[in-house]
Design a protein around this ligand. Sequence first.
Ligand SMILES: Cc1cc2nc3c(=O)[nH]c(=O)nc-3n(C[C@H](O)[C@H](O)[C@H](O)COP(=O)(O)OP(=O)(O)OC[C@H]3O[C@@H](n4cnc5c(N)ncnc54)[C@H](O)[C@@H]3O)c2cc1C
Length: 378
Amino acid sequence: MEFAFSDDQQMLRRTVREFAENEIGPKVMNYDETQEFPWDIVRKAAELGFFGVIFPESYGGAGLGYVEYVTVVEELSRVDGSVGISVAAHNSLCTNHIYECGSEEQRRRYLPRLTGGTWIGAWSLTEPTAGSDAGGTRTTARRDGDGFILNGSKTFTTHGTVGDVAVVFAVTDSDKGKHGISAFIVEKGTPGFRPGKKENKLGLRASDTSEVIMEDCRVGDAQMLGERGHGFVDAMKILDGGRISIAALALGMARGAYDAALKYAQERAQFGRAISEFQAIQFMLADMATRIDAASLLVYRAAWMKDRGMKVTKESSMAKLYASEVGVWAAERALQIFGGYGYVKDFPAEKYYRDVKLCTIGEGTSEIQRMVIAREIL
Ligand SMILES: Cc1cc2nc3c(=O)[nH]c(=O)nc-3n(C[C@H](O)[C@H](O)[C@H](O)COP(=O)(O)OP(=O)(O)OC[C@H]3O[C@@H](n4cnc5c(N)ncnc54)[C@H](O)[C@@H]3O)c2cc1C
């Protein structure tokens, strides 16, 4: 077994950390308050290759693996989960779906723009009445000559408003249940395709989350992604990889909260000594450090397996389940260590507490992860 990161991986971590602390850190609260999409940060992150981490250089990507990808998402999220989720959703969902399931023509058309971050990608699976039960998709794709007419609405799409292209799921064959769902690539500007309401969220507020509406939106056959009727099965495959990045998102925020609490505990004095000298605080920090390390091992194991082409359905769900629950728990402990200052926006604890909760929900709730894990082990 080898638990050490290579020199290149350590250098990558330092580069991302520096970028996150210097470029994102000072702007975090402003973007959180205004809920604006952080275009300036996204553009700079794209220049560093963060929007195409896991894709071959021949498609404009950075040509790195999942271990590096997890490193990038973790380090960005340690400073700001909103930027972390942007990178995660863009890489793992939209771009990876086109890379894994697209025709060569589709790869050539979309990947260089996406991997370079010139275009921002969205992936619209969830609907108002089809969340955990994505097989209950209602959006329809009706055959029309050499194309399809899409009708329906998606909810909670990351990059639903700012995205240049979206992968959307619709029912092509209503008599075939989940095997009647197909995926389509829809470009911004396609008539009948538009963002709906932008959500006003508890956390990850600089991340763009919105409805996506399709009203008699016509797409040609060339826009079908993967085989007809394979959309749902392909989506589950894409989520196996995606969940590793949500786990990394949670891990990064857990680390951010922990680092902030560790520092604060050594600076804040009460009863004539630093609060870090109280055993109660020490035990909180010890438990946080231990659980975060355990989460990290699960996350990097899943990434390592993915890099070796191994099946990761169970391991990515375990990593996502554990890291997200540790993230929520660690953020709450951090807030407690900050005391009253944890409750106000001048200090970082409250934002981690709000932001990290998404990780137990997005790309399958904790309950759904447990169902996936149980299915795999039984
Ligand atoms: C900020 C944000 C970003 C998102 N980004 C995207 C995106 O880019 N693309 C996309 O397609 N979706 C996205 N989502 C949607 C997300 O994946 C869904 O919210 C999630 O899958 C849960 O679906 P739901 O919200 O409809 O909850 P429901 O499915 O209605 O679940 C409600 C509760 O019931 C539980 N539950 C449901 N079924 C079962 C069961 N069988 N057994 C036990 N418990 C169950 C759930 O665990 C949960 O606690 C995003 C969501 C958010 C909040």
